[in-house]
Design a protein around this ligand. Sequence first.
Ligand code: PLP
Length: 391
Amino acid sequence: MDSPLLGVYNPISLNIKYGEDNYLFTDKKEKYLDTYSGIAVNILGHRHPVIDQAIQTQSQKYLHLSNVFESSVQNDLAKQLINKTHMSKVFFSNSGTEANEAALKIVRKWGHSIHPNKKEIIAVNQAFHGRSSAGMALSNPRETLKEFAPLLGSINHVKFNDINHLKEQVSENTCAIFLELIYGSGGLDHLTHEFLAQVSLLAKQYHFLIVVDEIQTGLYRTGPFLATFDTPLNPDIVTLAKGIGGGLPLGATLVNEKLKNILVPGDHGSTFGGNPLACALGDAILNHMDQAFLDKVNDAIIYLNHQMKTLKHMYPLTIKQLKGKGFMRGIEVGEYAAYIQQEALKHHVLFNTVQNTTLRLLPALTFNKTHIDQMVNVLRIIIDPLEKRLS
Ligand code: PLP
């Protein structure tokens, strides 16, 4: 049947009836292991009791009030985020793109407050920051984006991890740099410690802001609450989205003390931003992620690391490289990515791929040894004959 929807996606042909834990069930009662959790959104898996309970509780009160009212659920979630990140204030929106859009407005207004020419923004090649006009302009300047020109101006890209290029690009007119620490859509490569240390130094020298897009890396996905905590960075702005709404659309832009008064009423806003139901789910999932929960996540990550290394050791010709960190991982298999994805589907394991070369794992944080074993066994079944052919 011809789809009534604009063809911007390429959906797989499974009719999902419901999800439970880390599995999706089809209309034919088939059960599929989900290794990417709605692209890092269903952070506790499907139909988690904590989320069900939060939906019940909040839906008895109200679904939407508008930002004309102060909302206690927004405040509760904002306080938790501030506690966990040591930032000062939060702006809630509906998506990652919008979280970055707010960040962009904040850095531009801050730049203007210093000097009218302090408006240049630096982003890094291969990064992904969203698909709005600002998101496209910040993201990797791919050829195809030219079809949407003119893109938002005064945004310059530096080569990936290229310190010399970075030094050439920054000046007194730089107001901010946007960073994605591990490239979610770009193939799971990461910015090096050396590059990030230089960013920190240059930010002090040229007095510009550091914005870290933690939309995919945040919420304990790479180990700590923010991936930034494992770097030399001290960001001025952090953006979050994906799992933060427990499955509902929610974005968050967190700013430090220096920026907390930059925006004033009328500068920015959103009808739906910080929707009470989404905030209630966000608050509930963060409450649920106590030390006992995080210890389990850590054990599962250690086990996944071990299993991935074993796979790489067994199949060095098919598996070119292991990338990423924690529960944000890439298995680079070059030209075999689509084939492995298709074959895995026959074995009822759902894989996501990026860059046509890499299987991207973004499981729920509830992914455990049983799920990992199932996934790895299926990879073995598929890769074993490939490797034999190659050797
Ligand atoms: N930034 C990063 C790092 C992302 O991974 C994404 C989405 O994949 C975005 C921004 C855009 O987020 P959204 O699709 O919620 O607008």
